[in-house]
Design a protein around this ligand. Structure first.
Ligand code: ARG
Length: 276
Protein backbone atom coordinates (compact mmCIF):
# COMPACT_ATOMS: atom_id res chain seq x y z
CA UNK A 1 0.00 0.00 0.00
CA UNK A 2 1.39 3.38 -1.01
CA UNK A 3 0.26 5.38 1.98
CA UNK A 4 0.71 4.55 5.61
CA UNK A 5 -2.11 2.55 7.11
CA UNK A 6 -4.36 4.49 9.46
CA UNK A 7 -5.41 2.77 12.67
CA UNK A 8 -8.29 3.96 14.84
CA UNK A 9 -7.79 3.83 18.60
CA UNK A 10 -9.86 5.23 21.48
CA UNK A 11 -8.19 6.15 24.77
CA UNK A 12 -9.23 4.09 27.80
CA UNK A 13 -10.18 7.19 29.82
CA UNK A 14 -13.49 5.60 30.83
CA UNK A 15 -12.40 1.97 30.56
CA UNK A 16 -13.31 -0.36 33.40
CA UNK A 17 -15.00 -3.69 33.93
CA UNK A 18 -18.44 -2.71 35.15
CA UNK A 19 -20.50 -5.65 33.83
CA UNK A 20 -19.92 -9.21 32.64
CA UNK A 21 -20.67 -10.07 28.99
CA UNK A 22 -17.87 -12.58 28.39
CA UNK A 23 -16.09 -15.13 30.63
CA UNK A 24 -12.92 -13.01 30.93
CA UNK A 25 -14.84 -10.29 32.75
CA UNK A 26 -16.05 -12.66 35.49
CA UNK A 27 -14.41 -11.77 38.79
CA UNK A 28 -12.98 -8.51 37.42
CA UNK A 29 -15.81 -6.07 38.01
CA UNK A 30 -14.21 -2.89 39.44
CA UNK A 31 -10.84 -4.65 39.37
CA UNK A 32 -9.07 -2.53 36.73
CA UNK A 33 -6.71 0.35 37.31
CA UNK A 34 -7.17 3.49 35.24
CA UNK A 35 -3.53 4.39 35.51
CA UNK A 36 -2.31 0.94 34.52
CA UNK A 37 -4.73 0.61 31.60
CA UNK A 38 -3.75 4.07 30.34
CA UNK A 39 -0.06 3.15 30.56
CA UNK A 40 -0.54 -0.13 28.68
CA UNK A 41 -2.70 1.55 26.04
CA UNK A 42 -0.09 4.32 25.60
CA UNK A 43 2.55 1.64 25.00
CA UNK A 44 0.35 -0.01 22.37
CA UNK A 45 -0.37 3.34 20.71
CA UNK A 46 3.34 4.21 20.65
CA UNK A 47 4.23 0.81 19.18
CA UNK A 48 1.50 0.94 16.53
CA UNK A 49 2.55 4.54 15.73
CA UNK A 50 5.94 3.33 14.62
CA UNK A 51 4.31 1.26 11.86
CA UNK A 52 1.06 3.11 11.07
CA UNK A 53 -0.73 6.42 11.63
CA UNK A 54 -2.82 6.26 14.78
CA UNK A 55 -6.05 8.25 14.55
CA UNK A 56 -7.81 8.82 17.85
CA UNK A 57 -11.55 8.68 18.44
CA UNK A 58 -12.66 10.64 21.52
CA UNK A 59 -13.87 8.30 24.30
CA UNK A 60 -17.39 8.74 25.69
CA UNK A 61 -18.12 8.59 29.39
CA UNK A 62 -20.36 5.73 30.44
CA UNK A 63 -19.20 3.38 27.65
CA UNK A 64 -16.28 1.52 29.20
CA UNK A 65 -15.73 -0.89 26.28
CA UNK A 66 -15.54 1.83 23.64
CA UNK A 67 -11.75 1.61 23.84
CA UNK A 68 -12.14 -1.66 21.85
CA UNK A 69 -12.46 0.10 18.50
CA UNK A 70 -12.40 -3.19 16.56
CA UNK A 71 -16.05 -3.52 17.50
CA UNK A 72 -17.17 -0.15 16.10
CA UNK A 73 -18.00 -1.72 12.76
CA UNK A 74 -16.46 -2.99 9.56
CA UNK A 75 -14.46 -0.77 7.18
CA UNK A 76 -14.12 -1.68 3.50
CA UNK A 77 -12.78 1.00 1.16
CA UNK A 78 -14.76 4.10 2.00
CA UNK A 79 -17.68 2.09 3.33
CA UNK A 80 -18.44 1.67 7.03
CA UNK A 81 -20.90 -0.97 8.22
CA UNK A 82 -21.81 -0.02 11.80
CA UNK A 83 -21.99 -2.72 14.46
CA UNK A 84 -25.21 -3.81 16.09
CA UNK A 85 -24.15 -4.96 19.51
CA UNK A 86 -25.79 -8.01 21.03
CA UNK A 87 -25.77 -6.65 24.57
CA UNK A 88 -27.39 -3.45 25.82
CA UNK A 89 -24.19 -2.80 27.79
CA UNK A 90 -22.48 -1.83 24.52
CA UNK A 91 -25.34 -0.61 22.34
CA UNK A 92 -24.84 2.97 23.51
CA UNK A 93 -21.49 3.02 21.68
CA UNK A 94 -23.28 2.78 18.32
CA UNK A 95 -24.31 6.45 17.93
CA UNK A 96 -20.81 7.63 18.88
CA UNK A 97 -19.19 5.36 16.30
CA UNK A 98 -21.65 6.20 13.57
CA UNK A 99 -21.16 9.95 14.16
CA UNK A 100 -17.37 9.58 14.04
CA UNK A 101 -17.41 7.70 10.73
CA UNK A 102 -19.94 10.09 9.24
CA UNK A 103 -17.80 13.04 10.27
CA UNK A 104 -14.77 11.44 8.67
CA UNK A 105 -16.42 11.02 5.29
CA UNK A 106 -17.26 7.31 5.25
CA UNK A 107 -20.38 6.05 3.47
CA UNK A 108 -22.54 4.39 6.10
CA UNK A 109 -24.08 1.14 4.88
CA UNK A 110 -26.57 -0.54 7.21
CA UNK A 111 -27.20 -4.20 7.89
CA UNK A 112 -30.84 -5.30 8.21
CA UNK A 113 -32.22 -4.01 11.53
CA UNK A 114 -32.61 -7.36 13.28
CA UNK A 115 -29.07 -8.70 12.74
CA UNK A 116 -26.45 -8.60 15.49
CA UNK A 117 -22.95 -7.89 14.22
CA UNK A 118 -19.87 -6.80 16.17
CA UNK A 119 -17.71 -5.35 13.42
CA UNK A 120 -14.04 -6.13 12.96
CA UNK A 121 -14.18 -8.16 16.18
CA UNK A 122 -15.99 -10.84 14.17
CA UNK A 123 -15.19 -9.92 10.55
CA UNK A 124 -11.62 -10.17 9.28
CA UNK A 125 -10.44 -9.76 5.72
CA UNK A 126 -8.10 -12.39 4.37
CA UNK A 127 -4.65 -10.95 3.59
CA UNK A 128 -3.89 -13.40 0.80
CA UNK A 129 -7.13 -13.55 -1.19
CA UNK A 130 -8.75 -10.22 -2.11
CA UNK A 131 -12.41 -9.63 -1.19
CA UNK A 132 -12.51 -12.63 1.13
CA UNK A 133 -14.02 -11.95 4.54
CA UNK A 134 -13.91 -14.44 7.42
CA UNK A 135 -16.86 -13.98 9.77
CA UNK A 136 -17.22 -15.45 13.25
CA UNK A 137 -20.63 -16.16 14.75
CA UNK A 138 -22.09 -18.24 17.54
CA UNK A 139 -21.55 -15.84 20.44
CA UNK A 140 -22.01 -12.21 19.40
CA UNK A 141 -22.66 -11.83 15.68
CA UNK A 142 -25.56 -13.60 13.95
CA UNK A 143 -24.92 -16.03 11.08
CA UNK A 144 -27.38 -13.90 9.06
CA UNK A 145 -24.76 -11.15 8.99
CA UNK A 146 -22.68 -13.28 6.57
CA UNK A 147 -25.00 -13.23 3.51
CA UNK A 148 -25.95 -9.64 4.31
CA UNK A 149 -22.30 -8.51 4.26
CA UNK A 150 -21.62 -10.48 1.09
CA UNK A 151 -24.45 -8.60 -0.60
CA UNK A 152 -23.68 -5.15 0.81
CA UNK A 153 -19.93 -5.24 0.11
CA UNK A 154 -19.83 -7.62 -2.85
CA UNK A 155 -17.30 -9.86 -1.12
CA UNK A 156 -16.98 -13.57 -0.43
CA UNK A 157 -17.91 -14.26 3.20
CA UNK A 158 -16.71 -17.44 4.87
CA UNK A 159 -18.67 -17.96 8.09
CA UNK A 160 -16.89 -19.66 11.00
CA UNK A 161 -18.88 -20.94 13.96
CA UNK A 162 -17.18 -20.30 17.27
CA UNK A 163 -17.57 -23.03 19.86
CA UNK A 164 -15.71 -21.96 23.04
CA UNK A 165 -17.20 -19.07 25.07
CA UNK A 166 -13.72 -17.83 26.01
CA UNK A 167 -13.13 -17.08 22.34
CA UNK A 168 -16.34 -15.16 21.77
CA UNK A 169 -15.14 -12.89 18.95
CA UNK A 170 -13.33 -14.19 15.88
CA UNK A 171 -10.36 -11.90 16.54
CA UNK A 172 -9.68 -13.67 19.84
CA UNK A 173 -8.81 -16.94 18.08
CA UNK A 174 -8.08 -16.17 14.40
CA UNK A 175 -5.81 -13.68 12.68
CA UNK A 176 -5.20 -13.39 8.92
CA UNK A 177 -1.61 -12.27 8.31
CA UNK A 178 0.22 -10.86 5.29
CA UNK A 179 0.61 -13.20 2.31
CA UNK A 180 -2.19 -15.47 3.45
CA UNK A 181 -0.57 -16.76 6.63
CA UNK A 182 -3.24 -17.44 9.21
CA UNK A 183 -2.75 -17.59 12.95
CA UNK A 184 -5.51 -19.53 14.74
CA UNK A 185 -6.51 -21.66 17.72
CA UNK A 186 -8.33 -24.71 16.28
CA UNK A 187 -10.26 -25.70 19.43
CA UNK A 188 -12.19 -22.43 19.36
CA UNK A 189 -14.07 -23.56 16.22
CA UNK A 190 -16.70 -26.15 15.45
CA UNK A 191 -15.85 -29.00 13.07
CA UNK A 192 -17.33 -27.35 9.97
CA UNK A 193 -15.48 -24.10 10.63
CA UNK A 194 -12.22 -25.94 11.09
CA UNK A 195 -12.79 -27.83 7.85
CA UNK A 196 -13.41 -24.53 6.07
CA UNK A 197 -10.17 -23.03 7.42
CA UNK A 198 -8.26 -26.12 6.31
CA UNK A 199 -9.92 -26.03 2.91
CA UNK A 200 -9.06 -22.37 2.28
CA UNK A 201 -5.68 -21.96 3.98
CA UNK A 202 -2.88 -24.17 2.56
CA UNK A 203 -1.03 -26.22 5.22
CA UNK A 204 2.19 -24.22 4.82
CA UNK A 205 0.39 -21.02 5.69
CA UNK A 206 -1.42 -22.22 8.81
CA UNK A 207 0.15 -21.08 12.05
CA UNK A 208 -1.62 -23.12 14.70
CA UNK A 209 -1.57 -21.68 18.19
CA UNK A 210 -1.78 -23.86 21.30
CA UNK A 211 -4.14 -23.21 24.20
CA UNK A 212 -1.50 -21.53 26.31
CA UNK A 213 -0.73 -18.93 23.63
CA UNK A 214 -4.43 -18.60 22.79
CA UNK A 215 -5.19 -17.78 26.43
CA UNK A 216 -2.44 -15.15 26.28
CA UNK A 217 -4.39 -13.57 23.38
CA UNK A 218 -1.64 -14.36 20.86
CA UNK A 219 -4.25 -14.56 18.06
CA UNK A 220 -5.46 -11.07 18.98
CA UNK A 221 -2.63 -9.60 16.97
CA UNK A 222 -2.21 -6.41 14.96
CA UNK A 223 -0.48 -7.20 11.67
CA UNK A 224 1.12 -4.27 9.84
CA UNK A 225 3.19 -5.51 6.93
CA UNK A 226 5.79 -7.86 8.41
CA UNK A 227 5.18 -6.65 11.97
CA UNK A 228 2.94 -8.56 14.39
CA UNK A 229 2.03 -6.78 17.63
CA UNK A 230 0.50 -8.91 20.37
CA UNK A 231 0.22 -9.26 24.14
CA UNK A 232 2.53 -12.24 24.44
CA UNK A 233 3.87 -15.15 22.39
CA UNK A 234 5.69 -18.26 23.62
CA UNK A 235 9.22 -18.85 22.33
CA UNK A 236 7.85 -21.57 20.04
CA UNK A 237 5.19 -19.36 18.51
CA UNK A 238 7.61 -16.48 18.14
CA UNK A 239 10.06 -18.62 16.23
CA UNK A 240 7.34 -19.96 13.94
CA UNK A 241 6.20 -16.41 13.18
CA UNK A 242 9.80 -15.34 12.59
CA UNK A 243 10.29 -18.35 10.34
CA UNK A 244 7.38 -17.08 8.23
CA UNK A 245 9.11 -13.70 7.95
CA UNK A 246 7.31 -11.76 10.68
CA UNK A 247 8.79 -9.59 13.40
CA UNK A 248 7.00 -10.10 16.72
CA UNK A 249 6.54 -7.22 19.15
CA UNK A 250 5.01 -7.87 22.57
CA UNK A 251 3.04 -5.19 24.39
CA UNK A 252 1.65 -6.26 27.79
CA UNK A 253 -2.12 -5.67 27.85
CA UNK A 254 -3.24 -7.70 30.86
CA UNK A 255 -5.42 -4.89 32.17
CA UNK A 256 -7.56 -5.15 29.03
CA UNK A 257 -7.58 -8.95 29.13
CA UNK A 258 -9.70 -8.62 32.29
CA UNK A 259 -12.35 -7.33 29.89
CA UNK A 260 -11.65 -9.98 27.24
CA UNK A 261 -9.58 -7.91 24.85
CA UNK A 262 -5.97 -7.22 23.82
CA UNK A 263 -3.99 -5.65 20.97
CA UNK A 264 -6.23 -6.30 17.97
CA UNK A 265 -9.45 -5.42 19.82
CA UNK A 266 -7.99 -2.02 20.70
CA UNK A 267 -7.42 -1.13 17.03
CA UNK A 268 -9.42 -0.77 13.84
CA UNK A 269 -7.84 -0.51 10.38
CA UNK A 270 -9.24 2.49 8.53
CA UNK A 271 -7.60 1.55 5.23
CA UNK A 272 -9.12 -1.73 4.23
CA UNK A 273 -8.57 -1.42 0.51
CA UNK A 274 -11.26 -2.98 -1.62
CA UNK A 275 -8.95 -5.24 -3.60
CA UNK A 276 -5.85 -5.47 -1.37
N1 ARG B 1 -15.51 -6.37 27.06
C1 ARG B 1 -15.63 -6.33 25.64
C2 ARG B 1 -16.78 -7.17 25.17
O1 ARG B 1 -17.02 -8.21 25.75
C3 ARG B 1 -14.35 -6.77 25.01
C4 ARG B 1 -14.35 -6.62 23.51
C5 ARG B 1 -13.11 -7.14 22.86
N2 ARG B 1 -13.13 -6.87 21.48
C6 ARG B 1 -12.81 -7.71 20.50
N3 ARG B 1 -12.74 -7.25 19.30
N4 ARG B 1 -12.58 -8.99 20.74
O2 ARG B 1 -17.50 -6.83 24.27
Amino acid sequence: MAETMRILMCAPTFFEVSYVINPWMTGHVHDTSRERSQRQWDALRDTVSRHADVVQQPPAEGWPDMTFTANAGLVFGNTFVPSRFRYAERQGEEPHDRAWFERHGFDIVELPGDVFFEGAGDALFDRGVARRLWMGHGHRSDPAAAPALARLLDVEVLPLKLADPRFYHLDTCFCPLADGYTLYFPAAFDAAALASIEQHVPPGQRIVVDEHDALDFACNAVNLGRVVILNRASAGLRSRLEGAGFMVIEVALDEFMKSGGAAKCLTLKLDEAAGA
